[in-house]
Each structure stands twice: as C-alpha cells, then as structure tokens.
Design a protein around this ligand. Structure first.
Ligand code: NAI
Length: 402
C-alpha cells in the first residue's frame, strides 16, 4: 500500500518531483493492470498517476475512499470518469501544455521540407533517380505562414517562423494579442488567400468540423501547403485529396486523421497514402522525449501542489483555486454540495469548535463547491469528524500549513 501509485511507465521526472517535495512512498508499474490487480494496487493510495490505458471508472473510484487526486500524465482525460471523480471530491489533472514545443518544431520542419519538395525528391533518390532541379523549391524566408487557431501551439509556431524570416498571419475566433510582428487576418478567407503555408491549431469538435473543406481549399493560393497537426476532423480529406491531385495545392502534411488506426499493425485508411507531395505521420506531433519529461514534471507538480496546499488550478473537473501561502496554523480543504448556505454551515461548525478563520477562498462549479480555509488552531479529530458527517459535505481533508 503506497501513498502514490504510478502506472504505465510515467517518466522518472515525476518521481523526482514527488521526492523533492518529501513524498517518498511511491509504487510504480511499467504498464496498466487488469481491473482486479488495479484495485489492489490502488487500495489506500492518495495520489494516482496514469496515462491513456488505465481506466478509472465510477465504480472503481467509489471503492477508493482514500484517493485524493488523479494525475493523467497525458493530454486526454477520457479514461477517467471525471464527473464521478468530481462528485467524490477528487480533482483530475492533466498536462495540456507540455508538448507545445514538440508540435511547433515538427510543423515548422514540415513547412520547410514541403517548400523544398523534399518528400518527392527523397523518394525519387531512393528509387534511383537523380533529378537535380530548383523547380518549385522555395526558401521559407519571406513567405507567409497562416496560423489558424492562435492558442498555445499556434503562437509558438508563429514565434519560431518569424525567427526564420517568415511573415505570420493568424486567425482565431477570439480576439488575441499579436506577438512579435504577427498580424491578425481580417477573416479566415483572407488568411487562406494570402498564405503560402497554412497550419491548423484549432480544437476538435462541432465548431471546427471540416473547417477546411473544398471551398476553403479553393480559396488557398495555387501551390500553397496545408499542415494539420490539430485534430483529424478539421479537414475534409476527400476535398484535400482532390485539391492535391488537381495540382491546386502544392503539398500537405498530416499528423492527425478523422479515423486513426487503433494499433501498430492496422494500416491508415486514407486516399492520401502514396501521394508523393504529402507527409503522413502517426499522430506524433507531441511525442518526444522532452515532452514526456515535461509531462512527468507538470502533472507531478500539480499533484504535489494539491496534496500540500489544496490548489486545484488546472484541474479539468473541479472548481479551480490557485496556490496561496498559508495564512494560519492549519488548512482545511472542504468539498461540498453546491447549495445555498453551505459556506455558512462550514463556518458555523468551525466556530462551534472554537476555530477562528484566518483566510478563506471559495469556488463553485456545477454541483460542487470547494473551499480552502486557513484557521488559527488545530483541526483535531473531533472537528474533522463533525465536518465529515455533515450532510453538506462531499469530502473534507486537512493539510499542514504549507
Ligand atoms: P489552445 O486551446 O491553446 O488553442 C486553440 C485556439 O484555437 C484557441 O485560441 C481558440 O480560440 C482557437 N479556435 C477555436 N475555434 C476556432 C475556429 N473555429 N477558428 C479559429 N480559431 C479557433 O490549443 P493548443 O494547445 O494550441 O492545441 C491546438 C490543437 O492541437 C488541439 O486540437 C490539440 O488537440 C492539438 N494537439 C495535437 C497534438 C499532436 O500530437 N498532433 C499534440 C498537442 C495538441
């Protein structure tokens, strides 16, 4: 029975973070476990770290009363019943930003390779042809890069592209402050009409489904390049195939697809396979050693912060409260049903036990409220028992003053 249990070969950087924070009771597993063994491994654990293959469903969570927080050492959190976790007062953390740089570097590399027609030339040389020519090959310098979706990845790519001497236009549904010399395009159509390379960095979902369809592709410059390392559903693949085959687009690079193979042996089903001016990669935009290390550190830090101070900033299923230095002698983390009078009930109980509140922060989200309270006295067993048995309480823990 360990305080922290890590599955699926999480990068050792996570362990280093826990050890540095004084949390040394760690069990690690190199893979996921079958359900029965998983439960045994998790019994008594307070913090758990998983990647995409370990499923924490509502039933399993209900059998783990000691569990305080879950860390998904990846981007997605679909493998966890996040709503059920929230209703048990268990925040779930992930690592949405750790692979930003990895995606940005891949996209920029692909832009350069496609501008130079390297994919075609590479296969020609492998096939025994030495077609030495400058036809259709261009420098990136001075070309216009159109970034659709100016978020974490889009801004990073723009910054790297500017350092290469590219002009950067961007389009976003939200008003964004341009970095460097980048400029917001008046519209998506304007961006498409002016860009030599268009790169997509929007979220998936209904709002971006086939954002790049036949009409959008037709609006792009002749010979332009399209790169998609965001979500497969953003591009109409048949329309892209048509545009490439007709010679309207000069090339494309795709890292994500509407339907992706489930295993290493399953081939990608796509009309783009075999086209000489197309780079296809197996959704590895964010997959580097550095990103794995960053993910290990980022999620472990979030778990440590939560365990030691109650901070839930960055949780995907929970009211977010930022880190704050201790204001009192002891700290109480109280999760309650989001009903009128919940805070008053908590404060009255503390008062009844002679505890004065030094500072208090509340945040609510959906069906729960979360309060961090610093008090000037000891949070003894009697007050903890009273708080835990109160009908408004979902979960209640104390942490030493951080
Ligand atoms: P982000 O949330 O920081 O940025 C997305 C931006 O797109 C936001 O600024 C948002 O306002 C904007 N946006 C939303 N709808 C839009 C629309 N219809 N038109 C224009 N802009 C729109 O996300 P981040 O971290 O930059 O990730 C971008 C994409 O990259 C996501 O789809 C993510 O899943 C994907 N991704 C892919 C990886 C890979 O391995 N290929 C790795 C990491 C992320």
């Amino acid at each position: 029975m360990a305080q922290i249990v890590l599955f699926e070969n999480i990068h050792p950087s996570a362990r280093e973070v826990f050890l540095a924070a004084g949390l040394a009771d760690i069990a690690t597993y190199s893979s996921s476990l079958p359900p029965a063994e998983l439960f045994e491994a998790l019994r008594g654990a307070e913090l758990v770290g998983i990647r995409s293959r370990t499923h924490l469903d509502a039933e399993l969570l209900a059998r783990l009363p000691d569990l305080r927080a879950v860390g998904c050492f990846c981007i997605g959190t679909n493998q966890v019943a996040t709503e059920a976790a929230m209703m048990r007062g268990v925040p779930v953390f992930n690592a949405p930003f750790s692979n930003t740089r990895s995606v940005a570097e891949l996209v920029l590399g692909e832009a350069i390779l496609l501008l130079r027609r390297v994919p075609e030339k590479n296969s020609r040389v492998h096939a025994g042809h030495w077609d030495k020519s400058a036809a259709g090959a261009y420098e990136a310098r001075g070309k216009t890069l159109g970034v659709v979706g100016y978020g974490n990845i889009g801004t990073q790519i723009g910054t790297l592209a500017e350092s290469l001497g590219m002009r950067v236009l961007f389009h976003d549904v939200e008003a964004k402050l341009p970095l460097g010399n980048m400029r917001a395009a008046g519209s998506l159509a304007e961006l498409l009409a002016q860009s030599d390379v268009v790169t997509l960095h929007v979220p998936g979902g209904a709002g971006t489904h086939k954002l790049i369809d036949a009409q959008a592709l037709a609006a792009m410059k002749k010979g332009a390049i399209l790169i998609n390392a965001s979500r497969g559903t953003v591009v109409d693949i048949d329309a892209l195939h048509q545009s490439l085959v007709s010679g309207h687009l000069g090339g494309a690079a795709l890292d994500v697809f509407p339907v992706e193979p489930k295993s290493a042996d399953e081939p990608l089903d796509s009309p783009l396979r075999g086209l000489p001016n197309v780079i296809l990669t197996p959704h590895i935009g964010g997959s580097t050693q550095e990103s794995q290390e960053n993910i290990g550190r980022e999620v472990a830090e979030k778990l440590v912060r939560f365990a030691q101070s109650g901070a839930t900033k960055g949780a995907v299923n929970f009211p977010e409260l930022p880190f704050q230095d201790a204001g009192g002698h002891a700290r109480l983390l109280h999760v309650h049903r989001n009903l009128p009078g919940a805070l008053a009930a908590l404060d009255n109980l503390l008062a009844e036990h002679g505890l004065n509140i030094v500072s208090q922060r509340l945040q609510t989200q959906g069906e729960i409220g979360y309060v961090i309270t610093d008090v000037d006295g000891d949070l003894g067993d009697a007050v903890m028992a009273a708080l835990r048995s109160h009908p408004i309480t979902v979960r209640c823990d104390r942490v030493l003053a951080p």
